[in-house]
Write a protein that binds this ligand. Sequence first.
Ligand SMILES: [Zn+2]
Length: 466
Amino acid sequence: MLDELKDYLKKLEYINSTIALLDWDVMVNMPEKAEKYRSEMLGYLSGEYYKMTTSEKLKQLIEHFKANDDLDEITKSSIDKIEKEYNKTKKIPEEQYKHYKIAASLSYSAWEEAKKKSDFSIFAPHLEKMVEYNKKFAKYWGFEQNSYNALLDIYEPSITTEKLDVVFGELRLAIVDLLKKINASNVSVDTEYFKKYCPKEAQQKFGKLVLDKMGYDYKKSGRIDESTHPFTTNFGNKDVRITTNYDENDLRKALYSTIHEGGHAIYEQNIPDDLQGTMLAEGASMAIHESQSRFYENLIGKSKEFWTYFYPIAQNEFNNFQGVSFDDFYRGLNEVKPSLIRIDADELTYSLHIIIRYEIEKMLFNDDLEVKDIPYIWNKKYEEYLGVKPKNDSEGVLQDMHWSDGSFGYFPSYALGNLYGAQFLNKMKKDILDLDEQIEEGNLKVVHEWLKNNIHKHVKRQITPN
Ligand SMILES: [Zn+2]
């Protein structure tokens, strides 16, 4: 019967991987007119997945193994994980689940068009549907009072608005306070050299060099493509793909999105082989996943040590840095300047972008805000917290894809990831006494090994307290 269970879980992962592969294709390759047929394909596969995760057969398997005490730890965790998913999915009526998946796919396309035309009204009816579906799901799961908690729990188990209000409340006050001081200072930083024309090919070459050093195997177990919104996806640990987005007039954009996605990708590649096909082969939580990408992007990728090694190479590869001293470059790279776009934000103000989205999501799901009023609230909060105001929807409320496919509750993961990452660096420095020197010499292997042993091998296992 154990073989039967393993076989069943593997089939579930195959469907999951197929859906992920089709989703990747939607964002990277798919011709425009293929949209309708693709959403039908995805709808069908999601329906099959739904059937398999709610079947009588699976219920019997779960019950059988739940009663069995001498299971190995992996199988036991698999059972706990699939039981949680069974309970969650079983509560959503099949037709609704299928319609939701189709609506999500259409909503993503509508968001793309709306962003291109900078017109929120194209996206609004789709967004309304996504919010309504998720409110309903939260009710099915038993979250009558605060449906937003149900969504937060998907990405960061057991986190709640009660906890986040405290953490984000403190964080917001601290950042806004520091930002005021920075804005009032008369120190200015030159960053013009980043904005000189820089051909895509040169950016690609340098990006690959950094990814190599980070230990991301894009040659045999991954690949790098382009998409509007950079992301990482994987089908097992031997096919982990990232995307990026090049701006030939600002090389920082692709560089830091590449490093960010590289941080996610090495996590997925380091998930142990024996966990593949067990439903456990994924990050411990989304915030832990984001801690890996944000850690590399900011704490390593903007550090003096990292650039001690990479700056001479960058000076050779790009025309941008002729005559720019290391100190000026380093200061420019770490400039604090409130901006409109989250993924381009500096390390300090980044979390404010997240807190704004968190507050808006919370209002939406507590019925304190209607979809049509989001752009107004968005712009108001940007002005209040960051002192900047979007000129249009494209650089405002439409900049992120997350809401288009219903990923509400995901955003807080980034800011939590920042907080986790800082703590990991602290511990890493205690464990590796010459960490700074190693990074200065370009030996990022020590970082890779530490992350692999302390973070990456710990996946999404259910921990049963005893
Ligand atoms: Zn990320």
